[in-house]
Design a protein around this ligand. Structure first.
Ligand code: TA6
Length: 296
C-alpha cells in the first residue's frame, strides 16, 4: 500500500507459502514474523518520525557522535522502490522474496550532509524464514565522505534476564555508560542484570542470542560490519522513554551489526556493502554447538 507518497507499507511473504513475513515502513523493517510469531519488538511508528523498534537503519551517523540527529537521518526518510536494483547475486535469487529500496539525498538533506550518496537496500526473506538486509552505499561523484552505520535490531525476547549472547566473549568494547571508555569482556557470555549500552569491536561474523525461556537462538550472520552494539535500557531508562512501556525492556534486546569504531570512507565512485542475516534456531546452543554454527 502507498500512503507515504512513495514507499510505505510493504509486506514480503515467504516464497514457499510458509507463514514467515516481513513488513516495512519506508526503508525500515518493522516486523519479522515466523511460525513462532513476531521476532522483533515494535512499539510505535509515527511516519516519517523515527520508528521505535523493528530494524531502523542508522546512517550516516550512529548515536550522537556527530552533528546530525541521533542515529542519522536515513530512518526518518521516505525511501522509494529501486527501479534499477543491482543484479542478483547467486545466493540471493533462489527461493527468496525480496524488495529493493533506494534512498538518495534531497536538497534538504544536502544542506545538513552535503554528500552525493546512493543507498540501495535489499530486504529478503528466505524459504526458511531467515531475514537478510544488504546495504550498498555509493559515493556517486562528490568529494570523499565518511559515515558510521548500524542495523539497529530490536530483537523480541521472552525475558531479558534469561538471555545470553555468545560470540563476543574476550572482545574489547566501548561502554556508552562510561563515556565510551574501552574495556575487555571478561564473561564467558554476555548476560543481563542492568542497563547495557556497548559497542563490541572486531567481532566475529556470527553471533548468537540465546533465549532460554523460549528454547531458541537468534543467529546473526554479518559481513562488512565489524562492530556489534548491545543495548538494553533496563528499568530506569525505560521509564524515561516516552514510547516505551515501563516493563518493555524485559522483552527486548538490541544487537546491531554496525560500523562505528572505524567509520567507512568512500572516494568518488566507491561503494560499501554491509550485510546481516537473521535466523532463528529452535534450541539454545551451548557454546560448543554454537562454535559449529559459527563455522558455517
Ligand atoms: O546503543 C544504542 C543507543 O545508542 C542507546 O544509547 C540508546 O540511545 C538507543 O540507541 C536509542 O535508540 P532509538 O531506537 O531509541 O533511537
Amino acid at each position: 500500500t502507498k500512503d507515504w507518497n512513495g514507499v510505505d507499507k510493504i509486506v514480503l511473504r515467504s516464497p514457499r507459502g510458509a507463514s514467515a513475513r516481513v513488513s516495512l515502513h519506508g526503508g525500515q523493517v518493522t516486523s519479522w514474523r515466523n511460525e513462532q510469531g513476531e521476532e522483533l519488538l515494535f512499539t510505535s511508528s509515527k511516519p516519517p518520525k523515527a520508528v521505535r523498534g523493528g530494524i531502523p537503519i542508522c546512517f550516516p551517523q550512529f548515536g550522537n557522535c556527530g552533528s546530525l540527529e541521533q542515529h542519522g537521518f536515513a530512518r526518518n526518510k521516505i525511501w522509494t522502490i529501486d527501479e534499477n536494483p543491482p543484479p542478483l547475486s547467486p545466493n540471493d535469487s533462489h527461493a527468496k522474496s525480496f524488495i529493493d529500496l533506494l534512498l538518495k539525498p534531497s536538497e534538504e538533506d544536502l544542506k545538513c550532509w552535503p554528500h552525493s550518496f546512493e543507498f540501495r537496500l535489499r530486504v529478503s526473506l528466505a524459504a526458511d524464514g531467515s531475514l537478510a538486509l544488504i546495504s550498498r552505499i555509493r559515493n556517486v561523484n562528490g568529494k570523499p565522505f565518511s559515515f558510521s552505520f548500524a542495523y539497529h535490531t530490536y530483537l523480541s525476547v521472552s525475558d531479558i534476564s534469561e538471555v545470553r549472547i555468545e560470540g563476543l566473549e574476550t572482545l574489547d568494547y566501548l561502554d556508552n555508560l562510561c563515556q565510551k571508555e574501552r574495556f575487555t569482556e571478561q564473561g564467558d557470555a554476555i548476560t543481563f542484570e542492568s542497563e547495557v549500552d556497548r559497542v563490541y569491536l572486531s567481532t566475529p561474523n556470527v553471533v548468537a542470542v540465546l533465549d532460554h525461556e523460549r528454547k531458541r537462538t537468534y543467529v546473526i550472520r554479518k559481513d562488512g560490519l565489524p562492530d556489534v552494539v548491545v543495548w538494553n535500557p533496563w528499568e530506569k531508562k525505560s521509564k524515561s522513554m516516552v514510547d516505551f512501556g515501563d516493563d518493555e525492556y524485559k522483552q527486548m534486546l538490541c544487537v546491531d551489526g554496525a560500523v562505528i569504531e572505524k567509520p567507512v570512507t568512500l572516494k568518488p565512485g566507491e561503494e560499501w556493502t554491509g550485510r546481516v542475516e537473521l535466523s532463528v534456531v529452535a534450541s539454545t546452543l551451548c557454546s560448543e554447538q554454537f562454535d559449529v554454527q559459527r563455522g558455517m
